[in-house]
Design a protein. Structure first.
Length: 123
């Protein structure tokens, strides 16, 4: 199954105690929004080793660019309800590409119609 990863899932999958999550992800075709790259690699406390690992991780994912139609959809989502720019772009990316969002924070998206969220940590 094709899935769109949110940053928190990538971070959790890097932790050794989340081996079950890593195995779950290996069974799927992984997509990420370019905003997710920014969120993970742009974190101000990320270490050099974590940067190397994250870049390797992203090289195994399909990266979805932030196109104008995604921006327009994200604007619509933000006009409906207060949400972060990152979450709005991820939601818009999911909808326009017909992908479920894989996240530990399903509550961030529950108010949006036509978006399926999967929390593999709860499976």
């Amino acid at each position: 199954m094709k899935v769109l990863l949110e940053a928190n899932i990538i971070i959790y999958s890097l932790q050794p105690q989340n081996e079950k999550l890593s195995k779950w992800l290996e069974e799927h075709t992984l997509y990420v929004s370019a905003i997710t790259q920014l969120e993970v690699l742009g974190y101000h406390r990320i270490t050099k080793d974590e940067i190397v690992f994250a870049k390797r991780y992203f090289s195994n994912c399909n990266i979805i660019s932030i196109q104008q139609y995604i921006i327009e959809s994200a604007i619509d989502f933000r006009q409906q309800k207060s949400m972060s720019v990152g979450d709005a772009i991820i939601a818009a990316t999911a909808v326009t590409n017909e992908l479920p969002i894989v996240t530990a924070n399903t509550q961030d998206f529950k108010h949006l119609e036509n978006i399926k969220c999967i929390n593999p940590l709860a499976l």
